[in-house]
Design a protein around this ligand. Sequence first.
Ligand SMILES: C[S@@+](CC[C@H](N)C(=O)[O-])C[C@H]1O[C@@H](n2cnc3c(N)ncnc32)[C@H](O)[C@@H]1O
Length: 415
Amino acid sequence: MDNVPDMTTDSTQNSPSSEQQLREEMVRQLIETGAARSTRVVAAFRKVPRHLAAPGVEMAKSYDAEAPLITKTDQTGVDISSVSAPRIQAMQIEQADIQPGMNVLEIGSGGVNAAYLAELVGDHGRVVTVDIDHDVTQRAKDFLKTTGYRNVTVLTADGGSGAVDFQPFDRIIVTVQAADIPSPWVHQLNTGGRLVVPLRMRGMTRTIAFVRDDHRLISDGFELCGFVPMQGSGENRMHVAVIHDAEGEEIGLRLDGHPEPDTKALAEALTMPRQEAWSGVTLAGDESNEHLDLWLTTALDNLPLMAAKPAARQRGLVASASPLGIPTLVDGDSFAYRTVRRTEDPDRFELGALGHGPCGLDVAGQLVAEMQTWDSKHRGDRAHIAVYPAGTPDDLLPAGRIIDRPHSRVTISWP
Ligand SMILES: C[S@@+](CC[C@H](N)C(=O)[O-])C[C@H]1O[C@@H](n2cnc3c(N)ncnc32)[C@H](O)[C@@H]1O
């Protein structure tokens, strides 16, 4: 590929030194958070002038390790295109383990990530990037032309079909939230090849590195993340069942294959006093809930995620809120959600559940019982996630949670 040209006179008129400093600071954060671990990935992030992909955006924002740059929003206010945050890009690229000379497919374009991939595959490799949106592919083409990356082919198409003319791929990186694994992604991947995909499972999205093993995909690590939703043939948005609709304080349950709840009864339950159940299980302040939540979603059937506006929390309507959602067990006219409280040790928090409704305490108790099971049997374990073709009989699947989608059967199982 060409050397990156001297970009000293960009639209934001920043000096080259500040551009370089911003890039160095971004790289420092990527290393510190563990998002960028290998020398080659660090070198790629040090090189690509990502601010040129978002003209008009303040240069410092382009190099903020945690900030996605939203480039398109649909008529309902949902973000549908962005340049992903550097930390997420680095994390996925590390998961993909890209080597020189590889043939790599990226689904969901923007230009910047494709440029990193191009750096990693080098002159003897190839990157194909597909986006469903012509505006996005045009922007990606402009960016790649300006920055001189010639080993990238940009296609406008529904990435659910992969890119049949350029297969087989050594790596496929999906940069948009998927609820299913369309069969072309598996068929167009070499055996032993890696598919990295932000897969939504029962409401929560994790970017998962899968390795192809014959007709199956087997997980090799995953990380929680957020991505814009898939459009086209794979579109599958979650439905939110609203249980409190006061403007600015809305509380809802995100349903992802869960049964439709009785929202009237749950709205009523929310007005009843909160009942508490505590587990005796503690987490360190910096310990993530993600493996616990994956256990809860494996073990409990009716566990959608509660989403609440910050104002609902501030007013005390709910005690916990998170943009990713809080696991909430629903049982008829009652529900309970995960929470924590302080312990005498300032570095540890105790897990518990807050229940509402006529059976709120009982439902909170069921949630707490699974927290205790996780602690006694699975703490420290990592779940195995696998993808089988739709139609695979149950007796050929591992024991655990099965998530059925049109193209695939996703399984979550525990050692
Ligand atoms: C987060 S952005 C991609 C970011 C990009 N990889 C980058 O360089 O940071 C997700 C993109 O996926 C695209 N997309 C959504 N559904 C798609 C589909 N079915 N096929 C291809 N692209 C799709 C959207 O148009 C959007 O531009």
